[in-house]
Design a protein around this ligand. Structure first.
Ligand code: HEC
Ligand code: HEC
Ligand code: HEC
Ligand code: HEC
Ligand code: HEC
Length: 251
């Protein structure tokens, strides 16, 4: 990202004489389309930073006061939106789609950055312009790392900080599915069917991978339905048969 911005900037200088239109054309052809906010966040999620060994020792209150004295505030936020999809966690488990995190909104409503950014490295680090505000993954990485027995792993650090606050305030997602979507593979690539398949061929193809779901389905009313029911008021006679009897895409 940064290098693209720099390139764009120098192109401003060299192309000044060509007029605005020429410059726009040039930069569109050479630079291509800007990645979207979502794409930028996805790329950022995959970056790894070196682990910080020594942590600055001070109380949370002292840290909070010091950041205030230094005038650290929402203006120091460079990214207002993250997707959290760390390679450190992915190596061990990757059951869910990335977690969306609205950083700007959270920082503005929390007020105090140290609620989340609770520690700083003991020494300033070269790669970061603001050592007060480093990534969680700069300190929290593998769980139960023998080198850092008191630090939580990254997944636990997120779970504890994020869920605890949502519970305390009774706002924001508290149950798994509100933060996590299932990682569902693209079905265009998975499903293999002949041209103009008949309904049974389609069902059979799904069953190739979803046999378990098929067994569950057989326990539902859709399958077990056997005709009239006194529960379907005013429609008692409308549906005569369930899939378990003579329905077309029976299997
Ligand atoms: C407030 C949001 C939130 C809630 C609620 C939440 N998680 Fe997470 N979870 C996260 C974040 C953030 C990560 C780290 C994502 C990353 O960087 O890959 C994570 C990571 C994970 C991972 C490892 C990554 C993966 O894709 O497999 C698992 C497993 C997981 N959570 C399970 C759960 C379960 C089970 C629950 C419910 C008991 C739950 N989570 C509730 C935010 C949440
Ligand atoms: C609700 C928790 C939360 C609050 C409050 C919060 N942040 Fe963050 N911040 C995060 C998370 C999570 C990340 C992403 C960490 C990662 O990718 O490892 C982050 C990342 C950052 C980064 C990027 C660090 C890097 O090296 O790329 C900066 C800068 C930052 N926050 C500044 C701030 C400032 C300034 C405030 C207060 C005005 C603030 N944050 C408040 C959770 C928070
Ligand atoms: C500079 C290193 C460092 C950074 C950056 C850091 N932590 Fe921590 N964190 C620690 C250490 C060390 C502990 C162990 C407890 C202690 O020493 O107080 C800890 C403990 C925790 C704990 C459990 C105890 C507590 O204080 O509540 C949570 C939750 C946590 N961190 C979440 C986060 C999150 C979320 C981020 C990113 C927004 C983050 N940490 C960034 C070093 C860090
Ligand atoms: C200091 C308290 C606090 C912390 C820490 C916190 N949240 Fe939240 N979060 C909130 C509040 C309050 C809301 C409700 C905002 C609203 O409804 O206007 C919220 C809402 C959300 C939402 C739903 C709205 C949206 O932005 O899409 C998501 C997702 C979320 N949080 C994810 C996270 C993740 C992931 C973390 C940890 C990295 C986290 N939160 C840490 C307070 C917190
Ligand atoms: C080659 C294997 C494969 C085939 C063929 C296949 N699926 Fe899937 N499907 C998966 C996997 C893997 C998942 C994700 C894990 C899970 O939920 O079991 C999934 C998930 C799903 C989900 C859950 C989506 C969600 O949001 O949770 C639905 C619905 C689904 N498949 C329907 C179908 C249908 C309908 C067909 C037939 C047209 C089909 N699948 C064929 C592998 C397959």
């Amino acid at each position: 990202m940064n290098s693209q911005f720099r390139l764009n900037h120098s192109s401003l200088c060299t192309c000044a004489g060509l007029g605005v239109l020429g410059m726009l054309l040039w930069s569109t052809v050479v630079l291509g389309a800007e990645p979207t906010r979502q794409e930028q966040a996805q790329q950022r999620a995959l970056e790894r930073v070196p682990q910080i060994k020594e942590v600055h020792q001070e109380s949370l209150l002292r840290r909070s006061q010091r950041l205030q004295e230094r005038g650290v505030s929402v203006k120091d936020i460079r990214q207002t939106y993250f997707v959290l999809d760390s390679p450190i966690i992915k190596e061990l488990e990757d059951r869910y789609a990335p977690v969306r995190f609205n950083h700007g909104q959270h920082a503005a409503s929390a007020g105090d950055c140290t609620i989340c950014h609770h520690k700083r490295p003991a020494a300033d680090i070269a790669y970061n312009p603001n050592p007060e505000l480093v990534r969680c993954s700069a300190c929290h990485q593998q769980s139960f790392a023998p080198e850092f027995p008191n630090r939580l792993g990254l997944k636990a650090a997120y779970h504890q900080r994020c869920i605890q606050c949502h519970e305390d305030q009774n706002k924001g997602p508290q149950i798994c599915v509100d933060c996590h979507l299932e990682q569902v593979p693209k079905h265009q690539d998975l499903v293999k069917l002949p041209e103009n398949p008949d309904p049974l061929e389609v069902t059979a193809e799904c069953l190739r991978c979803h046999a378990e779901q098929a067994e569950d389905f057989k326990l539902t009313a859709h399958w077990l339905w056997r005709g009239h029911s006194s529960y379907t008021v005013e429609n008692e006679r409308a549906v005569q048969h369930g899939k378990g009897t003579t329905a077309i895409n029976n299997y």
